[in-house]
Design a binder for this molecule. Structure first.
Ligand code: C2E
Ligand code: MG
Ligand code: MG
Length: 690
């Protein structure tokens, strides 16, 4: 491939620096930029064919070092050559070198050199840029600069034993030796692999063996017994070399950043979450396990909680604010739990804790969460949802317990007023039933188990049917007829509704065409358009395609969109409905009054028909406030030139009231229930269409 066609990625948080580099490399055709490691990693994952990366050392979010580690650990990215950019040679510690940064460049850049390096790396055949096993050279180079990193180099002997080749003072310190002792140990060529206790040595040898076999950098834990006999767990990155191209060497680089918090865990050797300082997921799982073992005779609860729409907080206020909220929330939780149980951060914004039931005071927890929200000083109401699992079997997996608490939490997700839910058996049964529905849906669509029901719409003026609404029913082979209330919102959630709606529109059109072909009177059918479909760019073309297929005009197919779609995205709804009306469709507002934006919607969007749901106005008395509101709404609709349909009309009383209020049409059990096509035909025989 021509060099000009290769992809180059510049990763630097300083945009002046990036544009400088871009200038230097100006005539390479495909130069991409990323402002930090996170962005860069996402780009590389999408573009594993990137030919060369220029990588800055110090960056926010994910620095150059971490990106390099991640690249070298990724089978897809480990071969990409990296030119490390750095403000000072001191920055460049041994880790970058052993990790296979291909070249180093110090700022300020000497442009001809940089150019030459890029040209050279790009023109090398792939094998030669391969980073795999390093050389002694690389190791020696690193030695002088690496004194402050915790590193140990181990030699793998032919007989399978492991000898120490080299270790840094920091590594010795991690094993509990002082600086003076280090000098003596180093001079004597001491073997520090002996600090690994016998019971851990086999697994250590296995990890090292694997590393030597894979020849890829690998992360693992090393357990050492310090001089003071305390156990220390070191989280390490292992890198494989061959010395002089033959003697296998393994270099372990300790992640010292983690260690700082480990010491905070009072030498427990377990990991704390770096951001919040409370136990991380794994540590929590272990600690909770111990807690349940110790209290196996008592009743306990496990709670998980998270912040509603945490992503929005990060987007609006920045990750720093987001981080600070997490830290405060963790601290508040730890304060509540201390001495009673254990807590931890088990995911991005998900926390968990477990306590004995007698120590569990949900109200106090909720209060402390509310207090935090009130005192954040943000113009944002922090909403936290809790899922409570009263532990039934203390021997069960902690992760299973968390799953149950999460399930309970998922039932109140997005709920503004309810901040917690308990896990119980009915909930479990309901969730299982939902799961069954999700398992069966595709097969149901293919086998024609979704059937079209029609509910007549009746004109109060003409006293005759003037239309019908298409409503889906699931004719399940084992469970019989399932009502849409059981599955529509699930299908909206997983977007299967796109397929189902499409299918229903087609059934409605097929029936309309069939009536026409049989020379029967035409009756408009309104179909439901889910909010998910409403915002699809090809909605209009999809609908017109179906109409064309059956040689129908849009006049007979009416579209019902639910009022709550306005809350999702008012601007998009304005655009979508305008497009539909332009294409000749009549657009109905369904369930008018069920959302919070009813009047806004009327004000902003020209629509044809207003469907009022009588079920929102249960037990209405003629003189009640509800009646006054209903009258007002009908009047507004009339003034806007809209037709009104009252839905859910069940009684003669409602019907008479609606007639007197000037409502045009009604749809409801009082007149007729939704029915399958053959019944609908019989119905029309007795109540002919106008
Ligand atoms: P909707 O579009 O508002 O449909 C009217 C619902 O009110 C229907 O419920 C109907 O059976 C019910 N209904 C009509 N008259 C009365 C009455 O007098 N009393 C009572 N209590 N109920 C009455 P259904 O068929 O169970 O459908 C429920 C909802 O499911 C629909 O509300 C609609 O939002 C959705 N839905 C149904 N079919 C489809 C579909 O094919 N696609 C989409 N996206 N949604 C659908
Ligand atoms: Mg409807
Ligand atoms: Mg409705």
């Amino acid at each position: 491939m021509d060099n000009m066609e290769k992809k180059l990625l510049i990763v630097d948080d300083d945009d002046t620096s990036r544009s400088l580099l871009r200038q230097v490399l100006g005539d390479y055709a495909h130069i991409y930029e990323a402002a930090d490691g996170v962005e860069a990693l996402a780009f590389l994952q999408r573009n594993p064919d990137t030919a060369l990366v220029f990588l800055d050392f110090l960056m926010p979010r994910m620095d150059g070092m971490e990106l390099l580690v991640r690249m070298r650990l990724s089978p897809k990215l480990h071969e990409i050559p990296v030119i490390m950019l750095s403000a000072s040679p001191e920055d460049v510690n041994c880790r970058a070198r052993v990790l296979g940064a291909t070249r180093f460049v110090y700022k300020p850049y000497r442009t001809p050199l940089l150019r030459q390096m890029a040209d050279e790396l790009l023109s090398l055949p792939k094998e030669e840029t391969e980073i795999a096993p390093g050389s002694l050279d690389a190791f020696v180079f690193s030695r002088s600069q690496a004194l402050d990193s915790g590193i140990i180099a181990l030699e793998l002997q032919d007989d399978g034993s492991i000898g120490t080749l080299y270790f840094t003072p920091t590594y010795a310190m991690l094993c509990g030796y002082s600086a003076r002792e280090y000098a003596a140990l180093a001079a004597a060529g001491a073997d520090l692999s002996t600090t690994i206790p016998k019971e851990h040595f086999d697994s250590f040898r296995m990890s090292v063996g694997m590393l030597a076999e894979e020849k890829m950098p690998m992360a693992f834990y090393v357990h050492v017994q310090r001089q003071d006999r305390q156990m220390q767990t070191l989280s390490c990155l292992g890198v494989f070399f061959t010395m002089n191209g033959e003697r296998p060497v393994v270099c372990l680089i300790v992640d010292t950043q983690d260690l700082e918090t480990e010491h905070g865990a009072a030498g427990s050797g377990e990991k704390l979450d770096r951001l919040t300082g409370i136990p991380s997921r794994e540590t929590f799982f272990h600690a909770a396990r111990r807690f349940f073992d110790e209290h196996s005779e008592e009743k306990c609860v496990l709670v998980t909680f998270d912040i509603d729409r945490f992503k929005v907080i990060n987007d609006v206020y920045g990750t720093q604010v987001g981080d600070s909220i997490l830290v405060q929330l963790a601290a508040a939780t730890a304060r509540e739990i201390v001495g009673k149980g254990v807590c931890g951060r088990i995911g991005g914004d998900v926390f968990a804790f477990c306590v004995k039931e007698e120590d569990f005071d949900l109200e106090t927890i909720l209060q402390s969460q509310r207090f935090l929200s009130d005192n954040l000083g943000l113009a944002y109401n922090l909403v936290i949802h809790n899922g409570v699992y009263p532990v039934a079997d203390p021997k069960a997996d902690v992760s299973t317990m968390c799953d149950r608490a999460n399930l309970a939490r998922s039932t109140v997700k997005g709920n503004y007023t309810k901040r917690y839910a308990y896990y119980d058996e009915p909930m479990r049964a309901e969730i299982l039933a939902e799961q069954e529905i999700l398992n069966d849906m595709q097969k149901a669509l293919e086998s024609g188990a979704f059937v079209l029901y029609l509910q007549p719409i009746y004109s109060l003026n003409f006293e005759k049917p003037v239309g019908a609404e298409a409503l889906v029913r699931w004719n399940h082979p084992e469970k019989g007829i399932i009502e849409p209330g059981r599955f529509i919102s699930l299908f909206e959630h997983n977007r299967f509704i796109t397929n189902l709606d499409h299918y229903m529109w087609e059934l409605a059109c097929r029936y309309l065409a069939d009536r026409r072909d049989r020379g029967l009177a035409q009756i408009p059918i309104s179909v439901n358009v889910s909010r998910i479909n409403l915002f699809q760019p090809d909605l209009v073309s999809d609908l017109t395609e179906i109409l064309q297929k059956y040689d129908l005009t849009p006049a007979l197919l009416r579209l019902e969109i639910t009022e709550t779609a306005y809350m999702d995205d008012p601007t998009q709804l304005v655009t979508a409905s305008a497009k539909l009306r332009k294409a000749g469709f009549k657009v109905y507002v369904d369930d008018f009054g069920s959302g919070y934006s009813s009047l806004h919607m009327l004000k902003d969007i020209p629509l044809d028909v207003l469907k009022l749901d009588m079920r929102f106005l249960a037990d209405m008395e003629p003189s009640s406030r509800a009646a006054t509101v209903l009258l007002g709404v009908i009047r507004i609709a009339q003034n806007l030139g809209m037709i009104t349909v009252a839905e859910g009309v069940e009684t003669q009383f409602q019907l008479e009231f609606l007639r007197s209020a000037g409502c045009d049409n009604i749809q409801g059990f009082y007149y007729a229930k939704p029915m399958p096509i053959d019944e609908f035909e019989l119905f029309l025989d007795t109540s002919p269409v106008i």
